[in-house]
Design a protein around this ligand. Structure first.
Ligand code: ADP
Ligand code: MG
Length: 691
């Protein structure tokens, strides 16, 4: 139930004065459908309207002058503007008005009248001009011209000043709300009360007031972070209350593990220990395993699946693409089958009788592990006793999809895996409702990938060396950027590159891109994986997961167009075996300083977490890492970078609140419910979140 005190903010924007059928769609475009959304608008700059002299006019600046009117040149046709010549002691200027109301203007502002005019000055070949002044008032009305004015985002047909009027009206409708923050913390941080903070947002006095680091902005950011952390902490607590099967650490998993031709790294051991602790707690597990591509996440999950099988349950491992599902299946089938654990692969391509056999094996419990794609959560798939869902590249699935898979059993434990390195500071905002195990260590024996950057004009050299390497039996990825599947020019560039390379290197050059069907893609990938192709030109489709151990060369064209984390993941496709691998980052010069720094970072380290941390610093929040697709929430006031110091505090605060007052029944708890309502971060609204 929404608290009554918030009704005015949850009213439609049409409840604001002056927002009728014409304005409403425009304002909705700028802000949103609710008064609250208009209240959330933030000015992007401030304009000072301190009076100046005409001789000091600067082209392009918003300025204010006190002038006298010298003459009118009234337009009689709509296409010609009315021009008003004005002056002060220091010079002349022309005010320009389009439209056919020149006569009215002349009546309101007669020759010789004194006026204060304020607006953007332009220095044109006709002299100084001001087109449609923002203000034009008699000197006794000078107070109508604000000394400092906030400039709001606007849209065609709705100028910033109208938006500002609406924002101020929304502010007036904002009630005083009960304080939800801890008073001691407010005092320590010198945070103003909520309404005062908003009032400062809409009445900035200087650029400093617009900074995310200003106290009022930090207050609002903290409110938002706390609302979010609280929702996640509540969800985590609720999940903990859901009973789930206790699964003991079994002997079978240890045998599976002992058979592997390698020993677990310390980080893998710790991740498995985390899972096993969750398994025996009697609560439903939701654990994220974060680690670079090739850090050994899948084999850890495999041991967890063996534990489940030994305890009489089933597991499902879901991957976003068919290629990946196949690879996972190949990785785990051998070790598991050797100990009597049955694995079936289920993808969209299974049809008819073969599919029916697999479905029966899952329904009867004859198979203990299902590996597959989206096909796994379709209605016809029934499990005998599903107890564990493992989701690879979890951000590629919607929450609803993961839930559909988990709904195929009771109290199904969840392991999510992600190879997108998330800086520690952001982990809490993205995965606050999950427990996280980080695999920060790579299996031994991997040789670092020799990485270098080269300008595009050295392409010939790069191709020459590629030819030599291919002649010696090496395989290479050649990546062309594809910003979106609909970017036809990018697709054409990839096709051209494949053609050019075929011309230079011979027929062993394949091409995969997003426009191919799943089957076509798989066929090309299989040709490459089996060595029938030596060079695979690809748009970013190979970004995730695919394993071709023989590939040792990665060439990335227009590397400056990729995010650092993405480059890191692409590079992770090579260097998987013991052989020397190389990565060439081709760029179009000149590189911006930041782009230069980014490529440098990549050359210096291959630790995904360190790279993510540095990239965040370099680019400062925003969508630095392409994180938005991977689940970074779209905050209004909070900025994952500028307010990173507040994230951890909000997380601690939220956990403490949930521990002491899980139902939010106390005085502060009730105020916190209002806060959650304000930001739409409610425990039930799982769909906006990662877990
Ligand atoms: P991820 O799922 O993190 O990408 P995988 O579990 O698929 O990584 O492991 C990548 C490759 O490394 C696989 O071939 C796997 O057999 C191998 N591997 C995993 N753990 C180790 C280890 N501790 N030592 C050596 N090789 C390992
Ligand atoms: Mg993997």
């Amino acid at each position: 139930m929404r608290p009554e005190i918030l009704f005015p903010l949850y009213a439609s924007i049409t409840s604001l004065k002056g927002v009728g059928p014409r304005v409403a769609p425009l304002l909705e475009k700028v802000a949103g459908p609710l008064v609250r959304d208009v209240l959330w608008l933030r000015p992007h700059s401030v304009v000072r309207r301190t009076p100046a002299t005409i001789s000091s006019a600067i082209d392009g600046e918003v300025m204010t002058f006190e002038v006298a009117i010298e003459s009118f040149e009234v337009s009689r046709v709509a296409s010609r503007p009315t021009r008003v010549r004005v002056f002060d002691q220091t010079g002349f200027m022309t005010l320009v008005f389009f439209g056919s109301y020149g006569a009215q203007l002349e009546q309101r502002h007669p020759v010789n009248a004194r006026r204060i005019v304020s607006g953007k000055v332009e220095d044109t070949k006709y002299g100084l001009q001001m087109v449609h002044p923002d203000y034009m008032v008699a000197p006794d009305k000078a107070a109508e011209v604000p000394a400092v004015e906030a400039v709001y985002p606007a849209t065609e047909g709705l100028p910033p000043r109208r938006v500002r009027t609406f924002a101020h009206e929304a502010l007036e409708k904002a009630p005083e709300l009960p304080e939800w923050q801890d008073p001691a913390w407010l005092a320590r941080e010198k945070f103003p009360p909520w309404r005062e903070a908003l009032s400062r947002v809409h009445n900035p006095e200087s650029d400093a007031d617009l900074s995310p680091l200003s106290l009022h902005r930090r207050r609002l950011a903290y409110d938002e972070l706390l609302a979010h952390q609280l929702a996640m902490a509540q969800r985590k607590a609720a999940r903990r209350r859901e009973p789930a099967a206790r699964i003991p650490a079994g002997a079978l998993a240890n045998k599976v593990r002992a058979d592997l031709p390698f020993v677990f790294t310390g980080a893998q051991d710790r991740a498995l220990a985390d899972i096993r602790a969750d398994f025996t707690a009697g609560e439903r597990m939701s654990r994220l395993i974060q680690g670079d591509v090739g850090s050994g996440k899948t084999v850890v999950a495999m041991c967890a699946m063996a534990d489940v099988a030994e305890a009489g349950g089933q597991s499902a491992l879901m991957a976003p693409t068919e290629i990946l599902a196949r690879q996972h299946c190949e990785t785990i089938t051998g070790p598991l089958a050797a100990h009597g654990i049955g694995v079936v692969l289920l993808t969209g391509r299974d049809k008819g009788a073969a599919r029916a056999v697999k479905l029966r094996a899952l329904a009867s419990g004859a198979a203990q592990v299902a590996v597959g794609t989206h096909a796994l959560f379709q209605d016809e798939v029934v499990f005998h006793k599903l107890q564990l869902a493992v989701i690879d590249e979890q951000h590629r699935f919607g929450v609803a999809e993961r839930q559909r898979l988990q709904a195929k059993g009771h109290g199904v434990h969840l392991i999510a895996m992600s190879a997108t390195p998330i800086p520690r500071t952001l982990e809490l905002t993205m995965y606050g409702d999950l427990d996280v195990s980080r695999i920060e260590e790579k299996p031994p024996g991997r040789t670092p990938v020799a990485t270098r950057a080269a300008p595009m004009n050295r392409l010939d050299e790069v191709v020459d060396r590629l030819r030599d390497a291919v002649a010696g039996g090496a395989q290479a990825f050649w990546i062309c950027p594809l910003v979106s599947e609909s970017e036809l020019s990018d697709l054409a560039a990839a096709e051209m590159r494949a053609k050019a390379l075929r011309h230079l290197l011979g027929p062993g050059v394949g091409l995969v891109h997003g426009k191919l069907t799943g089957g076509e893609k798989d066929a090309v990938m299989a040709d490459f994986a089996d060595g029938r192709l030596s060079v695979l030109v690809a748009t970013t489709v190979v970004e995730v997961g695919v394993n071709v151990p023989n590939a040792t060369i990665m060439i990335i064209e227009q590397a400056e167009r990729f995010g650092l984390a993405q480059l890191h993941q692409l590079r992770g496709r090579v260097g998987r075996g013991r052989r020397e691998s190389a990565c060439v980052l081709l760029y179009d010069p000149p590189l911006s300083e930041t782009a230069q720094q980014r490529l440098d970072i990549l050359r210096r380290t291959d630790d995904g977490f360190a790279i993510a941390e540095r990239d965040l610093e370099l680019r400062g929040g925003g969508d630095a890492l392409g994180l938005r697709q991977s689940g970074l929430p779209d905050y209004v006031f909070a900025d994952a970078f500028a307010h990173r110091d507040l994230i951890a505090t909000a997380g601690d605060d939220a956990r403490l609140i949930v521990a002491r007052d899980p139902e939010l029944k106390s005085e502060r708890g009730k105020a916190l419910q209002v806060l959650q309502e304000l930001f739409d971060w409610k425990a039930g609204l799982a769909l906006r979140d990662a877990g």
